[in-house]
Design a protein around this ligand. Structure first.
Ligand code: GBH
Length: 495
């Protein structure tokens, strides 16, 4: 007992000042888990009948766009090592595992006329092993690996994709619904639409700053809603599961109390978070998005707004298509106003439509430029989501710390996750936010998209030099294991 206590003091003083952490237990049914995604861990890119997808094509065709020309052809080799992954999860003690299905592994061309049973079997084996280990699968249908056929048809610019996505979703519900009771249609449309279809910094690399993001958001909403309705009408009764979409956003904090900064921060939230969440949780685009894009489009000489207008039928089709709110979040920014809505008329641009500018406080700890340790921002974000989107149940589907070293004594990761979990408990116990789960990104170090293997977020280190892709739990793995076991962040918790 004494030894454990001294050890605890030692650990907590090295990692962070535990006296400042929330000392409540996690609520009774609160879920603590970990996440991965298919392309980032599986490898086996052309094995057993899998079709080619957009990221296979992107990494193979434009190697210079990925750090050190890395690909995820092998990645963590989870296509062969999935049993080891399930063992790690079991050992960690998680209640759920968030993972994704690779569309082109199930439907090699993307279309539902040709089902690859080898691919079906791969996921069934994982679901059965998870069941055995008493771990609930939380399954994303689409985590950015678009079958190449649909990419060639314009990808997320093409509204036809909604129909095909629905057909793919139906195949998954049918084959996997016995095991999977929590479905996520799509991961982070904002990352895809900004990076892939507006700025061109992610696959497929399209640069269309004027319309790209809006058209992409529109098609994502239609695709999500069609997969939701298919579940709702054809499967829900028999399978008794639930379904949502993952929306990602940092917290946008006004740079000062001035009216202009406060309203700039609100506009920022509308353009980053609201543009995806508002149609689903409240109906239609946020008003600021409708107004700003319409006004600038008019001044730029467009006959119509660059923002696709939603018909009443579409609003009704999209509104209410979520059983709970899935949130991915990593960081916080200060927001101040940039251009006015009638200024800098010229090149049509999402950024000018938004008219905000952002910066971070240089004193915020960070190992990479996009993740900062700002737990109070996380708490504010949870409260904001709860209050602005109809008091949904909120489930944190991704959160974690990126470093460049991948070191096993990952003190900064432990500090970050413990302080974010503490902020989550504050949001729950003090602000009354209904938050019911938390998921660490990621179980494993993995292929970080255009950053290749240079940024590490795993609780488990993966040796990408070894053919065996050797997995070694980091200190954060053991620490998280302890939190899950005690359901508490400090030595002794109150109710
Ligand atoms: C999530 O995206 C993804 O869902 C997940 O697949 C991913 O592994 C995880 O985050 C961690 O990145 O270094 O300047 O190029 C979150 C949004 C957008 C965050 C791209 C990292 C890279 C910034 N991500 N960003 S940079």
């Amino acid at each position: 007992m004494y030894r454990t206590f001294v050890l605890f003091l030692l650990i907590s003083s090295t990692y962070c000042d535990s006296s400042t952490l929330n000392n409540h237990h996690f609520p009774k049914n609160f879920k603590l888990g970990a996440a991965t995604a298919a392309y980032q861990i599986e490898g086996g890119w052309n094995e057993d009948g899998k079709g080619v997808h957009m990221w296979d094509w992107y990494t193979h065709t434009f190697p210079e766009k990925i750090k050190f020309n890395y690909t995820a052809d092998v990645a963590c080799d989870s296509y062969h090592k999935w049993e080891e992954d399930v063992k790690l999860l079991k050992n960690l003690g998680v209640s759920h595992y968030r993972m994704s299905i690779s569309w082109s592994r199930i439907l090699p061309n993307g279309t539902a006329n040709n089902i690859n049973l080898k691919g079906v079997e791969y996921y069934l084996n994982i679901f059965k092993a998870l069941k055995e280990a008493n771990i609930e699968p939380m399954v994303t249908l689409y985590h950015w690996d678009l079958p190449i056929y649909f990419h060639e048809m314009g990808g997320w610019y093409n509204p036809l994709l909604a129909k095909y996505f629905g057909e793919y979703a139906r195949v998954c519900y049918k084959y996997f619904g016995e095991y999977v009771k929590t479905w996520i249609t799509i991961n982070e449309p904002q990352s895809t639409c900004l990076g892939g279809y507006a700025e061109g910094t992610k696959a497929p690399g399209y640069i269309h700053m004027g319309e790209g993001l809006y058209q992409c958001a529109y098609v994502h909403l239609l695709a999500h809603a069609s997969a939701y309705h298919i579940y709702d009408k054809e499967f829900r009764e028999a399978q008794q599961g639930r379904i949502s979409i993952v929306i990602d956003s940092g917290w946008a904090e006004p740079a000062s109390d001035s009216d202009s900064d406060v309203s700039a921060a609100q506009v920022e939230r509308d353009f980053v978070l609201g543009i995806y969440a508002n149609p689903i949780y409240n109906g239609d685009w946020p008003q600021a998005v409708i107004d700003n894009v319409a006004q600038r489009s008019y001044l730029e000489g467009f006959p119509k707004s660059r923002l696709p207008q939603l018909t009443q039928e579409e609003i009704d089709f999209i509104n209410g298509t979520s059983d709970f709110f899935c949130l991915n979040t990593y960081s916080t920014n200060y927001i101040t106003s940039g251009n006015k809505v009638n200024e800098s008329i010229g090149d049509p641009s999402y950024y000018l439509d938004k008219g905000t500018s952002s910066f971070v406080d240089p004193s915020w700890p960070s190992d990479v430029q996009w993740v900062h340790l700002v737990p109070w921002g996380f708490r504010k974000l949870l409260k904001y989501v709860y209050e602005h989107f109809n008091h949904p149940e909120i489930f944190v589907t991704e959160n974690g710390w990126a470093d460049l070293t991948g070191q096993l004594n990952d003190t900064n990761r432990i500090t970050y996750i413990s302080e974010y979990l503490s902020a989550l408990l504050d949001a729950h116990y003090e602000d009354g936010v209904n938050v019911t789960g938390y998921t660490v990104w990621s179980l494993l170090d993995n292929f970080e998209w255009t950053n290749g293997y240079t940024q590490k977020l795993g609780l488990v280190q993966v040796d990408f030099q070894s053919e065996n892709r050797t997995r070694t739990p980091k200190d954060s793995f053991k620490w998280y294991q302890g939190v899950i076991e005690k359901r508490c962040l400090v030595e002794e918790c109150i109710e």
